[in-house]
Design a protein around this ligand. Structure first.
Ligand code: ZN
Length: 465
């Protein structure tokens, strides 16, 4: 007992020393300041764009020159770094390597590097530097050499001082250094803010894309309802309001075709002309699967956000790491769809200002009756419809689970608001057994209450300035 007490005392003493240390106090102050500011002027969000580009023949040629140069810079830089490390354990940085490149440019042999926009070289060296540090920080594998068969990418700095680019952007044009105006897919508008950086890439399929990110003010689409979502195998997702997102059906067919072509590829001599042809075919199919999946997921998630009037979205915390290890391709595609679906939905909820809650995956969402709260002991995965033995309500398995997830999400939120109430009593009376009608009035009231609580919290933070 006394040992434990001594230990507690020691820890407390240590805590106090740290707390009262001038450095800690300074940083604590800074962090509250930042917090206040962050709360006060609603945070800006980052939104990423990826737009298809259609360069003309001349631009395509220049771009392929740029890609070649970028590959050269990456590979030579990596070589320099690797050699310095293996020979004398010297870790080169961006500055070291870029110095060597400046020297290299002066030699007549590498004169051609001068024709490349220096932006491209600088950005590529920065990328390499980051990849290298990520490896040393154990965040990533050792950087690989690049070849011309994989995805190619280069980055351009978008400088506000360059009036041509700015004027072009205002007109809805993408102007790239030394390339001029590049045609892009119409249909959506460019964001008003000009990005600071644009990445131009070419996939193995020969398609060009521009990707960039800009800050923007989030639109307030959030409503007041709680929406629970059950992701599963029978349908991709079932929402507690009855919306159902089916699995993309055409994937099975594409999957079969992909397997056929992959098999054909495996019979070819690597590096032969035929191999190259078939490799392209496989890459094309991969791209098609990826695109059609992405397309349907984008549409489905937008629909959910627009139509649900949700203020809170609750989902199950899936064991994503355990998934995807499945050998059957169709299965692994499905798993990837599920996590991709949740990823997209999460950032769209964030844009709309909708709260996002994860429910523990051990929470018995399927086995609990959403009508009376009765929990059955066993439920086989094959059971799609069931009737509660206690209250006699008949349930669709997924819908019932989604309703429970919504409920659990609200409970978690209510409990985390530090309202002094236990999570159970945070429920509004009237939602007890028999009175619970899907997501009844009680749920909405609770959310409104949480909303008010947030207002109170925000108010308090503003006062601390
Ligand atoms: Zn029941």
């Amino acid at each position: 007992m006394s040992i434990i007490q001594a230990r507690i005392d020691r820890v407390n003493k240590l805590k106090n020393t740290i707390k009262n240390h001038p450095a800690t106090m300074r940083s604590a102050k800074r962090s509250t300041e930042r917090e206040c500011k962050w709360r006060d002027n609603e945070p800006m969000k980052i939104r990423a764009y990826k737009i298809r580009l259609y360069p003309n023949a001349e631009q395509e040629q220049s771009l392929s020159q740029y890609f070649g140069a970028a590959r050269f810079v990456w590979n030579v830089g990596l070589e320099m770094m690797s050699r310095a490390w293996s020979e004398r354990e010297d870790r080169l940085t961006y500055v070291d390597v870029s110095k060597q490149f400046t020297a290299l440019k002066r030699t007549p042999e590498f004169d051609w590097l001068k024709a490349i926009s220096s932006d491209v070289i600088i950005q590529k060296l920065r990328d390499l530097d980051r990849a290298y540090s990520n490896f040393f920080a154990k965040r990533a594998k050792y950087p690989r050499f690049r070849n011309r068969h994989r995805k190619q990418s280069i980055r351009f700095q978008f400088d506000r001082r360059n009036t041509g680019k700015v004027a072009g952007w205002v007109k809805g044009e993408i102007v790239l250094p030394k390339l001029g105006v590049v045609k892009w897919r119409d249909g959506s508008d460019l964001p008003k803010t000009m990005p600071k950086m644009i990445t131009v890439s070419r996939d193995p399929d020969g398609r060009y894309f521009a990707s960039f990110a800009v800050e923007y003010e989030p639109a307030r689409l959030a409503g007041t309802k709680a929406l629970g979502i059950d992701v599963g195998i029978a349908s991709l997702a079932t929402c507690s309001n009855g919306t159902r997102i089916e699995n993309p059906r055409h994937l099975d067919e594409l999957d079969a075709r992909l397997r056929f072509h992959q098999r054909r590829l495996s019979f070819c001599q690597k590096g032969s002309k035929r191999y190259e042809k078939r490799r392209k075919r496989v890459a094309k199919l991969h791209a098609k699967i990826r695109d059609s999946r992405q397309d349907s997921l984008q549409k489905a998630t937008t629909r959910i956000i627009r139509e649900s009037q949700a203020g809170v979205i609750a989902v199950e915390n899936l064991n994503i790491k355990g998934m995807g290890k499945n050998h059957r391709l169709a299965r692994s595609i499905h798993d990837a769809s599920m996590s991709e679906f949740l990823r997209i939905l999460e950032y769209k909820a964030d844009w709309a200002g909708i709260e996002w809650v994860k429910v523990d995956r051990w929470y018995p969402s399927s086995k609990t009756c959403s009508g009376c709260g009765h929990k059955v002991d066993e439920m086989d995965l094959s059971v799609r419809e069931w009737t509660c033995p206690k209250c006699g309500t008949s349930h669709n398995r997924d819908l019932n689970a989604a309703i429970n997830i919504a409920r659990e999400g609200v409970r978690i939120l209510a409990g985390s608001q530090d309202s002094g109430q236990s999570p159970e009593s945070a429920w509004i009376p009237g939602t007890g057994p028999g009175q619970f009608d899907r997501l009844g009035k009680g749920t909405e009231a609770r959310i409104v209450l949480i909303g008010e609580f947030q207002l109170v919290k925000r108010f308090a933070l503003r006062e601390c300035e």
